[in-house]
Design a binder for this molecule. Structure first.
Ligand SMILES: Cc1cc2nc3c(=O)[nH]c(=O)nc-3n(C[C@H](O)[C@H](O)[C@H](O)COP(=O)(O)OP(=O)(O)OC[C@H]3O[C@@H](n4cnc5c(N)ncnc54)[C@H](O)[C@@H]3O)c2cc1C
Length: 279
């Protein structure tokens, strides 16, 4: 760090400087680069945990290392970083992201140095992030950043990462709509926030049973709810601790089947259940 400050104080104004992260978003031209390329090394790849589930990571730290570190410390929200083959510095510059999450979603603040060797801390709230860009000055060199996660247990994080590796995501924001089979007369039934999905008509055609996590804090559990087709009279049907979904009524309305993680002995097994339906 002292060398970097010294260098910038001496040459920051005079030299054209390019910062290289892991190079995963960089094409190197055959032309000569008339300037200095800086690649921050080991001293900039430290990672540590602060109170309140805040993680601070050096800009040379790989995104995957931050994701793994968060997993090992029971902090969620960094799973998406496992898919990006870059560094924290490159990720800040690009506002990198995947599966509906970007750097800006977990960022608290950035520590950077300008070309005069001046170190500054920039709160995330002062930066405008757009798709793969931000409005920070071009010549800033990112030194480290702090990020805020959410407390999750290791299994929840691993489960989510496994889904991402298979190109799958857990449902995040979905509402239930209803329309005629030709697509006409579309109208929204739920307005609950979070994920409302897997709807099935009650045999009366007046109500819909569906799966939702709108009452959970960490995204789980998912439970079954029933609502009138005009959006009134929401009623909770199941009280699973993890997951109940895919409800289907028998044609006569006397039975219901659904999938659930209940009674699975702490495994990740999901089984099909059947129950009598009583109004
Ligand atoms: C196979 C593959 C998959 C990818 N998948 C995704 C994806 O899912 N989502 C996504 O968003 N991107 C993806 N990318 C693109 C790339 O990985 C990201 O943009 C990544 O964040 C770049 O990081 P890097 O460290 O490699 O940056 P580099 O390529 O080294 O640099 C990118 C930019 O960041 C600047 N920079 C780097 N470090 C610093 C620093 N410390 N201070 C200031 N500026 C800095 C560089 O000057 C340059 O302008 C993918 C790329 C590949 C090759």
């Amino acid at each position: 760090m002292p060398d970097l400050i010294l260098f910038l104080k001496k040459f920051g104004e005079k030299e054209k400087i390019h910062i290289l992260g892991a190079g995963s978003n960089t094409l190197i031209s055959d032309e000569k680069f008339d300037g200095v390329v800086i690649k921050l090394g080991k001293n900039f790849s430290n990672i540590s945990i602060l109170p309140n589930d805040v993680i601070i990571a050096g800009s040379a730290c790989l995104d995957k290392k931050l994701s793994d570190f968060a997993l090992n410390n029971g902090i969620g929200g960094f799973e998406f970083l496992a898919c990006i083959p870059g560094t924290i510095g490159g990720g800040l510059k690009m506002n990198a992201g995947c599966f509906d999450k970007e750097f800006k979603d977990v960022l608290v603040s950035i520590q950077a140095i300008d070309k005069n060797g001046q170190v500054l801390t920039i709160p995330a709230s002062k930066v405008i992030f757009k798709y793969r860009s931000n409005d920070l000055k071009e010549d800033l060199i990112f030194l480290s950043a702090s990020f805020k996660g959410l407390r999750k247990n290791k299994e929840e994080i691993e489960e989510y990462k496994e889904l991402l590796l298979n190109g799958l995501v857990q449902p995040t924001k979905m509402e239930i709509y209803i329309c005629n089979v030709d697509g006409s007369n579309l109208r929204q039934v739920t307005n609950l926030g979070d994920a409302n999905w897997s709807p099935f008509f009650h045999p009366s055609n007046e109500k819909i049973i569906f799966c939702s996590n709108h009452e959970s804090i960490m995204g789980f559990p998912f439970n079954l709810y029933m609502i009138d087709i005009d959006g009134n009279n929401l009623e909770q049907i199941t009280y699973d601790e993890k997951f109940a979904s895919f409800p289907v009524f028998s044609n006569d309305g006397k039975k219901i089947t659904f999938s659930s993680n209940r009674n699975n002995g702490g495994t990740r097994n999901t089984n099909v259940f059947i129950a009598n339906w009583k109004e």
